[in-house]
Design a protein around this ligand. Structure first.
Ligand code: KIV
Ligand code: ZN
Length: 551
């Protein structure tokens, strides 16, 4: 990259230091949300939405809980005009939802916009003109004073037409390209507009400070916002709104810091759709608040459904790593992460704490309609005992001894490594059964009889090894020990019975039990077996035989 000298920083700092926002550490209260999916989002699509898709998208936004929705730029396109008329004429706008329409500060466009909203109950007319240095010089070739006049004339016309129509529409003004505008000048323009509107407590005005193009780090924007919040006239009757785009990837940071700086409202889109790198992603912003215990007043409980609808309406794809919404954002493949999550989940079950603090999961996936089995613990060659054990336990009710989990973890890892594939829960269960359950070759036990003695247990075991059948007598301190001794004796086997565990099977069978047996070989390594049977003695002998066959 040899051309960096071609670029310069294109933002302006406020004339005084505005860093009070930096003393706060989180957003304490949800802002007013305004979705601009149907305007900013739609205008950025390769193929803009058709009428039917827009109507369905509007219904989705209402269902999520948006109370302010920018429905388009009705003077700019026939589809947007028809869409708006359909919403109004077919009574599709709930009483508690306000529609917002965008217009440039130009007379004929403003007039057409007013025609388009006739009959709507709650309306915000959003007027804008561009104020940045580069737009003033290059696009409009107008002085500061002339640009200010465009804003003031637009504001006056909004007021006049509203009064003429006998309506009480609310007004919004955006100094477009605010972040490339000198803050003192942006303030002068906004205050001139407010002077026209004279907002009241009952009819507040919205001053929207767009990051039309992101030029700076988020703390610079926060300082600009703080400067505006501290110096706007009629501040108590002004809703300060933010509209961050995402050119530097800081849309969420701009919004969060801007809210700390005093803003009250956010304009953004679902999943950050919008011009170029998009608008701020409201899903992330809202769920960031949620994960810190602040109610966002938007409902994302059915995230998968929302994602599917969004993708079908817009033709866009949600990135698998998109915060909170991406398919892989709760997935843990790494062994150490899985282990920590599995332990965290056990802790949760055991202690029932008031707050969610499970490691590696910033929020509970089930709050978004996702589930632990399918979305969280995922097994591939990076995974380990914790994840595999967690799946066998939670999905199939198998509580393996710790060391056996390790063995099963290595088995799963090796298969995934070899096949270069993720293993699904069912495949893990099948692998467990194939590797560790009721293996009867080369050794199998045909018949067993026990006699209780004064010192323990005597047994008579008929077994077969590679097709040759023998009957052996032995004793032990319990049934399994006695059978183990009989088998050692019959085939001169060298091992020690070191682990025995059993439990009822609740998930895969109601009346059976599972026994796990670990034997230690002369080289001190372990071999494992499991047996499943209605009779626990039978299950434990099957587990022992399997462990011997797995030596
Ligand atoms: O990004 C922007 O500046 C806009 C304005 C019209 C608010 O979309
Ligand atoms: Zn925008």
């Amino acid at each position: 990259m040899k051309n960096s000298s071609k670029y310069k920083r294109q933002y302006f700092l406020p004339p005084v230091e505005c860093m009070d926002w930096a003393k706060k550490d989180y957003v304490e209260k949800a802002p007013v949300w305004c979705s601009v999916d149907l305007r900013d989002g739609n205008q950025a699509l390769v193929i803009p939405m058709n009428l039917e898709q827009k109507i369905e998208f509007f219904k989705l936004l209402v269902k999520i809980g948006f109370k302010e929705i920018e429905v388009g730029f009705p003077a700019a396109s026939e589809t947007e005009y028809t869409f708006l008329r359909t919403l109004i004429e077919e009574n599709l706008i709930p009483d508690d939802v306000t529609i917002q329409v965008l217009t440039q500060a130009r007379e004929h466009i403003i007039k057409k916009t007013f025609e388009a909203v006739k009959g709507a109950k709650n309306v915000i007319v959003h007027v804008y003109n561009s104020t940045s240095l580069s737009q003033r010089e290059q696009v409009f070739r107008k002085s500061k004073e002339e640009i200010l006049q465009i804003a003031v004339e637009g504001a006056k016309l909004l007021k006049e037409l509203t009064e003429e129509a006998g309506e009480s529409y609310r007004f919004e003004y955006s100094p477009e390209s605010f972040t490339g505008t000198e803050p003192e000048y942006a303030l002068e323009v906004c205050n001139a507009v407010l002077e026209v509107w004279k907002p009241t407590k009952e009819r507040k005005a919205i001053i929207n400070l767009p990051v039309t193009v992101q030029h700076s780090m988020p703390h610079v924007y926060a300082s600009q916002v703080e400067y505006m919040c501290k110096n706007l006239k009629y501040r108590e009757n002004v809703v300060v709104s933010l509209h961050p785009h995402n050119d530097r990837g800081c849309g969420v940071a701009d919004s969060e810091m801007g809210l700390l700086a005093g803003a009250d409202r956010i304009e953004g889109t679902l999943f950050g759709n919008g011009e170029r790198t998009g608008n701020v992603d409201i899903v992330t912003l809202a769920l960031n608040m949620y994960s810190q215990g602040v109610e966002p007043n938007l409902d994302f409980t059915h995230m998968t459904d929302i994602c599917e609808q969004y993708e079908s309406f817009t033709g866009m794809k949600i990135n698998e790593r998109s915060p909170y919404s991406g398919a892989l954002v709760f997935a843990a493949f790494s062994g150490s992460h899985q282990d920590a999550i599995a332990k965290g989940m056990h802790w949760l079950e055991e202690k029932k704490p008031e707050h969610w603090t499970v490691p590696y999961l910033p929020i509970d996936p089930t709050d978004l309609g996702r589930n632990y089995d399918a979305d969280v613990i995922r097994i591939n060659s990076q995974s380990g005992k914790g994840g595999v054990g967690y799946i066998l336990e939670t999905r199939f009710g198998l509580n393996l001894p710790a060391k056996m989990r390790e063995a099963m973890g290595y088995t799963a890892k090796a298969v995934s490594d070899h096949t270069q594939k993720e293993l699904l829960p069912e495949e893990i269960f099948e692998l467990f059964k194939k590797t560790f359950e009721n293996k009867v070759t080369p050794l199998s036990v045909c018949e067993v009889h026990f006699t209780q003695t004064e010192h323990g247990m005597d047994t008579e075991v008929t077994s077969s090894f590679n097709g040759k059948t023998v009957t052996t007598h032995a004793s032990g301190n319990g049934r399994l020990d006695a059978v183990s001794n009989a088998l050692k004796q019959a085939y001169d086997l060298q091992f020690e019975l070191v682990t025995y565990q059993e439990h009822a099977l609740e998930k895969s069978s109601s009346s059976r039990a599972i026994a796990y047996v670990g034997i230690q070989k002369p080289d001190k390594t372990l071999a494992w077996g499991a047996g499943i049977h209605a009779d626990i003695i039978h299950a434990s002998i099957d587990a022992l035989v399997t462990a011997i066959n797995n030596r």
